[in-house]
Design a protein around this ligand. Structure first.
Ligand code: AMP
Ligand code: GLY
Length: 425
């Protein structure tokens, strides 16, 4: 029977999910809350905020929603999956308890330690004096050390300190000045790891998992990884560092043990396992887990997953992922994000976006921060658009995006010119 699906979220990630859901023969009707003008091509957008859990629930009941898919982390932390499940509604995403894997560094680091999942050595602290003493003990030679706020801090809660003085300042900033509010009631001090970063995505039903694929994200605003961190300025699939041997290590040492550990802890994990990894000379180590799809990584994952997305999401909800055979295209995929002038600092919106109708049909356009004024499409956020292309290899996919991106135009638009360049050398 065809399904009514409710997609929660409004960014590029959700546009990519909507694009993929729309291709499913099992889809009856797709709704998005609140969605965006790009998503509106595939879904009826309803004006309910992602944090309005009761509003989402009432909408789902009234519109006979068969499956709800949660994009961002905030509603997960607010317990959207718990509330929907309690009402007997199928929902793809972890409970608030299981989402602590992303929402609390103290929880996740404790779990990795207990189950011997490879990660940076760490200490967890509730007061700054002990944290500072630990820094001195771990880095007698004043080498770099990582200070992390326990809770969600919009990607800003991680500080790499170059020695004791900076570490002390970071600890005070998080714990005493409460720069990230309650998220800084506790903190984690971590060993500094060196290597190449990689994201890996898998889907878990609580007992079984299916691996999707790996991707690399570009976090800084400017080329050559300069400037402040952003939500992500581009991504590409299956970077060269990701070998079959590394795949096996990630499955055996990280993904499988995390699924088993969460079950053992009484917090079976249903949803996306997004592992942020450092590939060190001693093998892959976990930097963090996220409880949702990545943005912009989803924009490169969806175009190469050949399996029906509703089959994957339902397999997770029903606990039958062990029976699902997943097909992934051999093609490579590259995404370049176009952002507003000033982002990630303050920026203006409302600039008319032109040229999208000139793009080759080979290019997928996923909207992040856009809105409409009359029949005009204008900028509406920091990250505005994602341009995505597939190709026989990373080089071909990358060339397609960069050959077309100049056709898009709005006042002050910015994008990185070096996305996926690292994969070519
Ligand atoms: P997280 O939010 O924990 O993934 O950290 C954000 C970023 O900080 C990561 O993408 C890494 O670039 C960096 N980072 C976090 N933890 C470490 C670590 N232990 N060693 C080196 N870099 C780290
Ligand atoms: N691309 C980083 C994130 O989704 O958190």
């Amino acid at each position: 029977m065809a399904k009514n699906v409710l997609l929660i979220g409004q960014g590029g990630r959700e546009h990519a999910l909507a694009w993929k859901l729309h291709q499913s023969p099992k889809l009856a009707k797709l709704y998005a809350a609140p969605g965006n003008p790009g998503i509106a091509e595939f879904a009826e957008c309803v004006d309910i905020a992602v944090t309005d859990i009761e509003g989402l629930l009432a909408f789902a009941r009234k519109n006979q929603i068969d499956l709800t898919v949660v994009g961002p982390e905030i509603p997960l932390m607010l317990g959207v999956a718990d509330r929907f499940a309690a009402e007997g509604l199928a929902v793809f995403g972890p409970t608030a308890g299981a989402a602590q894997l992303e929402g609390s560094k103290v929880f996740s680091k404790g779990l990795f330690e207990k189950y011997q999942i490879p990660t940076a050595g760490h200490g967890a602290f509730e007061e700054s004096k002990a944290a500072k003493a630990y820094v001195r003990k771990c880095t007698p030679d004043h080498t770099p050390v990582v200070v992390k706020a326990d809770g969600l801090a919009a990607g800003k809660g991680v500080i790499i300190a170059q020695g004791w003085e900076e570490a002390d300042a970071a600890i005070d900033y998080i714990m005493e000045e409460k720069a990230f509010g309650e998220a800084g009631n506790r903190l984690v001090i971590e060993e500094f790891l060196e290597g190449e970063e990689l994201s890996f995505f898998a889907i878990s039903d609580g007992s079984h998992f299916i691996p999707l694929l790996s991707a690399q994200d570009y976090k800084r605003i400017f080329d050559n990884d300069e400037g402040p961190n952003t939500g992500g300025m581009g991504a590409y699939t299956s970077p060269p560092v990701y070998t079959p041997q590394l795949h096996d290590q990630i499955m055996e040492q990280i993904i499988a043990p995390v699924v088993a550990a969460m079950k053992e802890e009484g917090l079976p994990y249903l949803g996306v396992l997004y592992a942020g990894l450092m590939i060190t000379p001693k093998g892959p180590k976990v930097l963090e887990f996220n409880a949702r799809f990545g943005d912009p990584e989803t924009q490169v994952l969806m175009p190469v997953i050949e399996t029906d997305l509703i089959d994957i999401l339902e397999g997770a909800v029903e606990g039958t992922l062990d029976q699902l055979q997943i097909e992934i295209s051999k093609q490579a995929c590259v995404c370049v994000v176009i952002s507003s002038p000033g982002y990630p600092g303050t920026y203006h919106t409302g600039y008319e976006i032109q040229g999208l109708d000139q793009l080759s049909p080979d290019i997928l356009v996923f909207h992040a921060g856009t809105r409409t004024i009359g029949d005009k499409l204008v900028t509406g956020g920091g990250r505005v658009l994602n341009l995505v292309a597939r190709g026989e290899d990373i080089k071909a996919a990358r060339e397609k995006v960069y050959a077309e991106i100049g056709k898009v135009n709005f006042t002050g638009m910015h994008y990185r010119k070096d996305i996926a360049r690292r994969a070519l050398t």
